[in-house]
Design a protein around this ligand. Structure first.
Ligand code: ADE
Length: 226
C-alpha cells in the first residue's frame, strides 16, 4: 500500500514514520509513505497556499488551485482507493475504519490548516473525511500520523507476531486484559498465579474474563451498555 500525504507542514510528518514499526514497514517494502508539500504547487511569487474567506470572517482558507494541481498530478500517476481529508467534522476514527482502510489500495491523505480547505476541494476530490476525536488540532498532520499508524500496523507482515494485532484492544470490541512480565513479585505486588501456572486453557479463560471486566468498567458503550 502506498500512502501520499499532502501538507503545508511536511516537517511535522517526518519523524513519526522514521522510527520503530512505521520505519520497519517501509524498509520491508510493505508500505511506501510519501509526503508532499502543497506549497511546491503554488504559482504565487511568495508561494501562498491560502487566502481570505469570501463573506469575511477571521481565519484563512486553503486555496483550491495548488491542492488541485498536486492531487491531479498524483491521480495521473496511479489509482487511489480513497482520498481522505483530515478534519474535526469527519467520521470519528475507530478500529473498524482502520481495518477497512488496511484492506484498500493506495491512499491519499490531505491535511487541513487554518480555517480548512475551500469547500470545492471536498466536493471535487475527497472520498472520505476522518476526525481523530472531538477536539480541534492546529492542523491535520498529527491526525494523519495517527491514522497512518493505525492502518499500517494492520498490514500483513508489519507486526512481528502476526497474531498480536488480532489481540489488540477494540479488535473484538473488547479492551485488552492486563499484562505482566518479570519479576513475579515487585514490592509485594504479585503477578496473578494463573499466569504462572502453565495451564493455557485457564490462562485464556482468565484473559477473557479480565478483558470483559475491564471493558464493562471502562467502556460499557463497547458492550452496548451505557
Ligand atoms: N484537524 C484538526 N483537528 C482535527 C481532528 N480532531 N481530527 C482530524 N483532523 C483534524
Amino acid at each position: 500500500m502506498r500512502i501520499d500525504i499532502l501538507t503545508v507542514l511536511p516537517d511535522l510528518l517526518k519523524s513519526p514514520f522514521e522510527v520503530s514499526i512505521m520505519k520497519r514497514a517501509q524498509e520491508k517494502g510493505l508500505t511506501e509513505i510519501h509526503i508532499h508539500n502543497i506549497r511546491d504547487y503554488s504559482t504565487h511569487k511568495n508561494k501562498n497556499v491560502d487566502d481570505y474567506q469570501y463573506g469575511g470572517g477571521a481565519g484563512m482558507v486553503m486555496s483550491i488551485e495548488p491542492i488541485a494541481r498536486l492531487i491531479d498530478k498524483l491521480k495521473s500517476e496511479r489509482d487511489y482507493s480513497e482520498i481522505i481529508y483530515m478534519t474535526p467534522d469527519g467520521e470519528v476514527l475507530d478500529q473498524g475504519i482502520a481495518n477497512e482502510l488496511s484492506l484498500k489500495g493506495n491512499l491519499m491523505i490531505l491535511c487541513g490548516h487554518y480555517k480548512g480547505v475551500d469547500e470545492r476541494v471536498r466536493i471535487k476530490y475527497i472520498t472520505k473525511e476522518i476526525s481523530i476525536g472531538s477536539y480541534v488540532l492546529s492542523g491535520g498532520e498529527l491526525a494523519a500520523a495517527v491514522l497512518v499508524d493505525s492502518v499500517v500496523r494492520l498490514l500483513p507482515g508489519v507486526l512481528n507476531d502476526e497474531t498480536s494485532a488480532l489481540t489488540d484492544s477494540f479488535q473484538d470490541n473488547l479492551l485488552s486484559p492486563p499484562v505482566f512480565t518479570r519479576p513475579p513479585e515487585f514490592e509485594g505486588m504479585k503477578v496473578p498465579d494463573v499466569l504462572l501456572s502453565g495451564d493455557f486453557k485457564k490462562i485464556e479463560e482468565y484473559r477473557e474474563q479480565e478483558a470483559y471486566r475491564r471493558t464493562k468498567e471502562r467502556r460499557p458503550d463497547l458492550l452496548g451498555e451505557e
